[in-house]
Design a protein around this ligand. Structure first.
Ligand SMILES: [Zn+2]
Length: 247
């Protein structure tokens, strides 16, 4: 992309266990502007992995607490706060971002953000962490391999999330750090689609096996988003409907 870090707007979807370390790392790295997207409040039970927040933030809106913390860390960084959950009717919250970082714990949000990024030709980094295992994937602005090449659709009974499955705090730190590093690779790469951007490789960390492995992702010709006969050409609300884990 060759976009200077100080001129970049990075949108972070979800300010939980992944979003907190991502925002912290990007603020320290000199990214010019962050857009934070979340609708939740700081919960005492999540403080072990939401490293931007402290005990006195419990009960505050996450984005109010995050804004205060980030303003102390990087006073000149611009913050654009969107107090909403990313849904089909709020997906315009991603408009204009130079890079999107998906940090939610919901499959529906991951697919929605990934589809929207693909359709807008915006690079996206998607992270996930459950228990001792986490993954990070960078998808370029020029198509596949995309998130749907890896996971075709929202799995049946896909309630697996941090809230119900638990996650080890430092694993979120590792994956958030990897996501932030992938964002910086995109910004620092000499051009769109340049190999240095790191697109198309799934990084998988297993905290109990002391293993970080890189798996190349193959583009699937039958992928509904980036394949030759793709069927997803717009954001249709009915495609992103699994239950929320807090309901
Ligand atoms: Zn694909």
């Amino acid at each position: 992309m060759g976009l200077a870090r100080k001129d970049a707007l990075v949108a972070i979807v979800g300010m939980g266990g992944l979003g907190c370390p991502v925002a912290l790392a990007l603020a320290r790295a000199g990214v010019g502007a962050l857009r934070l997207i979340d609708d939740d409040q700081v919960d005492r039970g999540n403080l072990h992995r939401q490293i931007l927040f402290s005990e006195r933030d419990v009960g505050r809106h996450k984005l109010d607490a995050a804004s205060d913390a980030l303003a102390r860390i990087a006073p000149s960084m611009r913050l654009d706060v969107r107090k909403t959950r990313l849904r089909p009717d709020t997906v315009s919250a991603l408009d204009g971002a130079d890079v999107i970082v998906e940090c939610s714990d919901q499959f529906a949000v991951k697919f929605l953000a990934s589809d929207a990024a693909f359709l807008a030709r915006t690079p996206i980094v998607v992270g996930a962490a459950i228990r001792w295992i986490g993954t990070a994937l960078s998808v370029g602005p020029r198509g596949g391999p995309c998130y749907r090449c890896l996971f075709e659709d929202i799995p049946d009974g896909a309630q697996a999330s941090c809230d119900v499955s638990g996650v080890v705090g430092p694993v979120c730190g590792v994956i958030g750090g990897l996501e932030a590093a992938l964002v910086l690779r995109i910004l620092d790469a000499p051009g769109i689609g340049h190999p240095e951007a790191g697109h198309g490789t799934l990084l998988r960390f297993d905290g109990r096996a002391d293993a970080l492995r890189a798996h190349p992702v193959s583009r699937r010709t039958s992928c509904p988003l980036c394949g030759v006969a793709r069927t997803i050409t717009s954001i249709e609300a009915g495609r992103y409907l699994p239950p929320r884990c807090d309901e």
